[in-house]
Design a protein around this ligand. Sequence first.
Ligand SMILES: Nc1nc2c(c(=O)[nH]1)N[C@H]1C(S)=C(S)[C@@H](COP(=O)(O)OP(=O)(O)OC[C@H]3O[C@@H](n4cnc5c(N)ncnc54)[C@H](O)[C@@H]3O)O[C@H]1N2
Ligand code: MOO
Length: 421
Amino acid sequence: MTEIPRMISLEEAQELVLSHTTRIPAETVPLIEASGRVAAEDITSDMDVSPFAHAAMDGFAVRLADFPSNEADLPVELDVIAEVPAGATYEGSIEAGQCVRIMTGAALPADADAVVKYEIVENVTGDGKTGSRVRFASVPAARANIREAGEEAKEGEVIVRAGEIINPAGIGFLAGCGALEASVYRRPRIAVIPIGSELVEPSEKPGPGHIRNSNGYAMAACAHAAGAACDMLPIVPDDEDALAQAVKEACKTYDFVVTTGGASNGDFDFIKPVVERLGTLYMTTVNMRPGKAQTFGIVDGTPVFGLPGNPAAAYMGFSLIIRPALRAMQGYSALEHPHVQARITRGKKKKDPRRIFERATIARNEDGVLEVTPAKNQSSGLFGVIQRSNCIAVIPEGLDPVNEGDLVECILLDVPEEAIV
Ligand SMILES: Nc1nc2c(c(=O)[nH]1)N[C@H]1C(S)=C(S)[C@@H](COP(=O)(O)OP(=O)(O)OC[C@H]3O[C@@H](n4cnc5c(N)ncnc54)[C@H](O)[C@@H]3O)O[C@H]1N2
Ligand code: MOO
């Protein structure tokens, strides 16, 4: 096997993978499925929204001409000549001294130029409905409590631009504008292939020397969280030909193939020779811990990424290198997890010059200052520590120690709002 030159930096690895992935073509999906995805084309409104001026309050539609310019001439009394509920229209005219009782959402009668809410109108006779006389103690502002026609959108106007992420409110916006489907970038189809003769399906109790395939599940979930559509393919034993066959087959169907395990230099680590045999191998090691053994290459035009077998190492490689590429493939412009800086609560001597990604918890102390506390157990064999963390504290490369109170970069993970401070 040709030796791949050197251990590259995380940034070089990210750039390398990004440079070998392309944005996926668009597809047209029913509106609700477009939520959270990137619009591939400008979307226009098929009409003015709202199509008509309407009341923003339950009250009375009035003509300003009936109100005095001098406050001293108040109050004003008007006759209620009609009622317009939402969904109906009042087509008649409103003459001097008249008003129309109107409900929120009902079309504004042509002659009205303000709506006065019930609460500040007094009944002189009757109950405020048709035939009553009502009293106004103040002069309404012109167009008060009126939602104008076309305030949300004009017919033919671009309401969502290509490249915008359509959010849940945007789905409502589009529905109101008659856009019942949207052209968005397709979700990349990802295959996850767990490699390892020691692996059994999680439905089984592993026998001696065996463990459950937990990486496959975590990587499938990471792919899903990154917006991709993921299939977990059957476990492949540590057998070079079996792995070559599985990878070659997956490259026919999927946009991106991810393996876990067999990425290091052990006697049964085959992803590097397989990628080299089937295509072009671009990367084998990245200056990061956990997760030094990260393989990347192209097989039959498809990106193939060999994650290491250790759970935290696989998670880190996926989150930091694969995830940005999957997001770029879907047209997102922000590719990385958000970062914040926090003061580290424990110093650390460095024996390994790699950049270290510590599973950690970030929180605000009583003074409102962000503090980060790395988990005590940083073994790369553990998923539970990541389940109980809400960020990754980044300890820079080199051998300089980190001192308590130093500001460190923290990467916020795919965690629920409850865990973010
Ligand atoms: N002589 C050296 N040995 C190792 C080195 C090294 O530099 N020199 N690096 C170590 C580090 S660090 C890592 S990370 C691993 C990476 O090795 P592989 O990618 O070849 O991973 P495996 O050997 O296949 O597995 C490592 C570990 O992870 C468990 N594993 C694998 N797949 C799964 C899965 N789907 N679900 C759960 N757990 C899985 C596997 O049983 C091993 O315990 O190499 C070190 N060795
Ligand atoms: O590359 Mo290993 O991940 O340091 O556990």
